[in-house]
Ligand binder design. Structure first.
Ligand code: SF4
Ligand code: SF4
Length: 465
């Protein structure tokens, strides 16, 4: 096994910061907690001070480093092009190398997450006991705790662990078509909590004629471990994923998770090289990776759906707004594609949202460890959503879906639907087929039902428990 890289502090990066303060105005955490240490400028100064020996690494330093969503807004706004995200990730890695991870976090990141078997076992256990610890809230399909639990506040709504995991339901070649061969990288949120999103992607890609493959050996992309500083774990996960997807001859590797896609595109090249993979192997894998929105746009989906159908059909369209996940819009530059896809859907009217690319406040473990801050950031997102008057908000990241649903429910607005873009498109396409079938005097339901939704996956959220 290749050796861990040396733990070193990113002074070369953090010292690029000229302390201009431009990043303050865009930082969601600073907006919620206006203290210098919560800004990129403050964190760059702390990292520099530690690197120069003026400050000791400590738990307090760790808390400041981890009180960041990794949303990238500071990096985007920085006139000096300071790679703040890389600096913060390297600093967290350095800290973990010198001081270790927090006890519970270390166990999760270094042991449970590191192997597919261990993580699945943990999820199965969670599924078995969640009914004892959580209650279903009446107005929606989420769960709330029954009694005080560490890290889970009373007012937080979380999804239940799915009754059936996506990679149990879909394994190997799951659709055979005459088009490109497309592999699905599921990601943990889709696999364990929202298998319906994975099912939608299978259906959608199948409808477009693809041969759809779900490689069985795929594991977590490692983003939580990378954010926690556990680089050794992420490197092993990256290698397991490379080997899983190499088993199949694929034209594209598609994900519906913004954070997984961002991690694969931005970090896997270096991680796989550290793990000893050759450049041609790495290139063959990563050159195929794309978000589902990118894939659909490349396949020309908007022009296949067509506009103006609502007037013809005499129906009231569903009003839909879109939230840009930070790791897709800002970090991968995929902003136009989802909006164009939504705008082109029949039966849907797109209404733009102010601050659509502002973070929802999720930030992975940030929202667990800093829920009060996360909630305040989320409140602003919910305000923007409600201002649009849209009946549904659509996004491209399961973690954003979780957090936005929680925010809407806290405000008593569970009536506003929250969907993954793949779900919206798949349902609209199925409904269109039903409508056109009716016009032709056919039952119109056969094709949609035989695609496997519903029978295979509970799509209504209350799974397990
Ligand atoms: S905008 Fe860039 S250079 Fe200015 S303080 Fe923030 S990180 Fe430093
Ligand atoms: S990544 Fe986002 S949350 Fe973190 S310092 Fe930058 S703007 Fe603030």
């Amino acid at each position: 096994m290749p050796k861990s890289k040396d733990h070193r502090l990113p002074t070369n990066i953090s010292s690029k910061c000229v302390k201009c303060g431009t990043c303050h105005s865009v930082c969601p955490v600073f907006d919620a907690v206006p203290t210098e240490s919560h800004t990129a400028r403050g964190k760059m100064a702390l990292i520099e001070a530690v690197a120069q020996g003026r400050l000791e690494e400590s738990e307090r330093y760790r808390d400041y480093l981890e009180a960041c969503l990794l949303c990238g807004a500071c990096q985007e706004a920085c006139p000096n092009e300071v790679p703040t995200l890389a600096a913060m990730l390297e600093a967290r890695e350095s800290l973990a190398g010198r001081m270790g991870l927090k006890t519970g976090k270390g166990m999760i990141l270094n042991h449970l997450l590191a192997t597919a078997r261990g993580f699945r076992l943990a999820m199965r256990t969670g599924r078995a006991v969640q009914g004892l610890m959580f209650r279903r809230i009446p107005e929606s399909s989420g769960l709330r705790r029954r009694f005080p639990l560490p890290l889970i506040p009373e007012d937080r709504t979380i999804p239940g662990v799915a009754r059936d995991f996506f990679t149990d339901l879909y394994t190997g070649t799951v659709r055979t078509g005459s088009g490109p061969r497309v592999g699905i990288f599921a990601g943990c949120m889709t696999n364990y909590f929202y298998p319906e999103t994975g099912a939608d992607m299978v259906d959608l890609l199948g409808m477009l004629g693809a041969t759809v493959v779900v490689p069985e050996g795929q594991v977590c992309c490692g983003m939580p471990a990378l954010a926690g500083g556990a680089r050794d774990t992420v490197r092993d996960l990256a290698m397991q994923n490379l080997e899983a997807f190499e088993e199949y001859d694929l034209d594209a590797i598609v994900t519906g998770c913004a954070s997984c896609g961002g991690n694969l595109k931005d970090n896997f090249r270096a991680l796989l090289a550290e793990a000893g993979a050759s450049e041609p192997r790495i290139e063959a894998f990563l050159s195929k990776v794309m978000d589902i929105n990118e894939y659909l746009a490349r396949m020309g989906l908007p022009s296949r759906t067509g506009e103006g159908a609502d007037e013809e059909a005499g129906r009231e369209p569903l009003t839909v707004t879109y939230h840009h996940p930070c790791h897709l819009g800002r970090l991968q530059g995929v902003k136009e594609e989802p909006v164009r896809l939504i705008q082109a859907l029949p039966g849907v009217r797109y209404v733009p949202m102010e601050e659509a690319d502002r973070c929802c406040g999720m930030g992975g473990s940030f929202s667990i460890e800093n829920y009060d801050i996360s909630k305040r950031i989320n409140d602003r997102k919910v305000d923007r959503i409600l201002e649009t008057g849209a009946q549904a908000v659509v996004t491209s990241c399961p973690a954003c879906i979780l957090h936005i649903r929680d925010g809407l429910r806290r405000r008593g607005r569970a009536d506003v639907e929250v969907h993954h873009v793949a779900e919206l498109i798949t349902r609209r396409m199925e409904e269109e087929e039903v409508e056109s079938g009716k016009e032709k005097g056919e039952s119109g339901r056969g094709d949609a039902e035989t695609r496997g939704r519903g029978e295979e996956v509970s799509c209504e959220g209350e799974r397990g428990g």
